[in-house]
Design a protein around this ligand. Structure first.
Ligand code: NAD
Length: 472
């Protein structure tokens, strides 16, 4: 991999001021999903290294929280600027370890940096309250304080932005962090930490441990010095981590899986609906937690929408899926749907030339009970389900344990309100499929998680509320 600044390619854990290997000296491979080449090896660290990282984050906490929000903001802003200055290199590292095309990778770096910039400012607006007292002579005050050491566990599908979305608000609030990036994409995390170091963020404030997820996770969730867990990943792992955090009663936020409905009504702008479906479904080769999982299409527009969608899908040039297991999972869902009567109008198989590529697929004749309509597909497959009425669409959309994102295309303003209020999802796109931005609250209902990231609500996740009652 060519980098303008090769020193961004770090391959050791960062604990305090040191870049370190695993105590055991064991390593694991980081692999390019496009061709299976080994790009680097990183330490297979476990419990002991994680405990040291937590202790280092804890010892760095008093000085970091003791800075003013403005002082922290200056350092965060410098980090943001360095990320943008090295955008191309960060994107190259991301494409190499995760597979998304360069343009998408550059877009993610800019999007991710936005969280650092935004929270550098928002840290200055962590206001408390003075509450009018019902008792003469007493003062009732509310202070907001950093929660303490934060454990952050992140997935591979957005190797940069899922980290900045947590570290931006955590550091701005005055917390210190121990980060465990996904095994598939540790290099993006380590490059970000290298830049944080160059920005002057003090040693110990941001630590990274790569390695054994179960061992690292066990320490992060049981160590009493950690006061907060912020996790993005699958619902199954999120539930397990929530249970693990119970004994030490940590504050927890979870950004988990989704099963987003993408609803197209007869009165939709067809061009906009097709463009929205393509962007939502096929970005990152369909490996996005908020991507359209099921396309619900009303009778009157169904056939025209299908024709246009298939035409647009034919022009796509997608990156690989993250690994062979992901390809097998997608293949299984498609085969299951076809066996039950669905038809693939394009794609439907892995790419004949090999690698972890799956051809972009449109499935018609899908029914709500098929597995592809109930499980996260996490691949470039668009299953279409026909519906007749608005009530039916809302009922089908809500008929899932997930509640992350939902999309609808319609020109009826009254219906837009009914959808905004009737859909049980944390994020709703109306005639819009690109909804992620650092200024808006991102997060799910039901089994899609707890808490929000981004916006003024996102920083609350890293704050403790303290009530002070004073007489005199
Ligand atoms: P995953 O749950 O397998 O892994 C996520 C992270 O958890 C990784 O770092 C992994 O190493 C770690 N992990 C796994 N088992 C662990 C354990 N027992 N203890 C501690 N850590 C453990 O998920 P993934 O496959 O990396 O990511 C895809 C999932 O993430 C999808 O379900 C997707 O919807 C979800 N996701 C959600 C959001 C959101 O904001 N809601 C964003 C991106 C991805």
């Amino acid at each position: 991999m060519h980098l303008d600044d090769p020193s961004l390619l770090r391959s050791l854990c960062r604990i305090g001021e040191e870049w370190v290997g695993a105590d055991s000296q064991e390593v694991f491979d980081v692999v390019d999903p496009a061709d299976g080449r080994v790009i680097a090896t990183v330490p297979r660290a476990g419990k002991a290294e994680t405990r040291r990282a937590i202790e280092r984050a804890s010892s760095a906490l008093p000085a970091w929280r003791g800075l003013t929000a403005r002082e922290r903001g200056v350092l965060l802003r410098r980090w943001h600027d360095l990320i943008l200055q090295h955008r191309d290199d960060l994107a190259r590292i991301m494409t190499a370890e995760q597979g998304k095309p360069q343009a998408e990778a550059r877009g993610e770096v800019s999007y991710g940096a936005g969280f650092i910039d935004w929270f550098a400012e928002e840290g200055k607006r962590i206001y408390g309250d003075i509450i009018p007292s019902p008792f003469p002579g007493r003062r009732i005050m509310v202070l907001k304080e950093p929660v303490g050491v934060v454990a952050a566990i992140t997935p591979w599908n957005f190797p940069n932005a899922m980290i900045t979305r947590k570290c931006g608000p955590a550091l701005a609030a005055g917390c210190t962090v121990v980060l465990k990036p996904a095994e598939d994409t540790p290099l993006s995390a380590l490059a970000l930490v290298e830049l944080a170091d160059r920005a002057g963020i003090p040693a110990g404030v941001l630590n990274v441990v790569t390695g054994h997820p179960v061992e690292i996770g066990a320490e992060l969730t049981s160590n009493p010095l950690v006061r907060k867990l912020s996790f993005t990943g699958s619902t199954a792992v999120g539930k397990a981590l929530l249970r693990q955090c119970a004994d030490t009663m940590k504050k927890v936020s979870l950004e988990l899986g989704g099963n987003a409905p993408f609803i197209v009504f007869d009165d939709a702008d067809l061009d906009a609906a097709v463009a929205g479906a393509i962007a939502s479904k096929f970005r990152n080769s369909g490996q996005t937690c908020i991507c359209a999982n099921r396309l619900l299409v009303q009778d009157g527009i169904h056939d025209a929408f299908v024709d246009r969608l298939v035409e647009a899908v034919g022009t796509l040039d997608l990156g690989p899926l993250i690994h062979g297991r992901a390809v097998e999972g997608v293949e299984r869902l498609v085969n299951d749907a076809v066996a039950l009567g669905a038809r693939a109008l394009c794609g439907g198989t892995r790419r004949a030339a090999g690698g972890n590529y799956f051809d972009p697929t449109v499935l018609v004749g899908v029914t709500p009970s098929m597995a592809c309509a109930n499980q996260e597909i996490f691949g470039p497959v668009a299953p279409l389900i026909r519906f007749h009425t608005e009530d039916e669409a809302i009922r089908l959309a809500n008929d899932t344990p997930y509640g992350l994102a939902a999309y609808a295309y319609t020109r009826d303003a009254g219906r837009e309100w009914r959808l905004a209020e009737g859909l049980e999802f944390g994020i709703i796109g109306l005639n819009e499929s690109m909804v992620s931005t650092e200024v808006a609250p991102f997060g799910g209902m039901k089994e899609s998680g707890l808490g929000r990231e981004g916006s003024k609500y996102g920083i609350d996740e890293y704050l403790e509320i303290k009530y002070v009652c004073r007489t005199g």
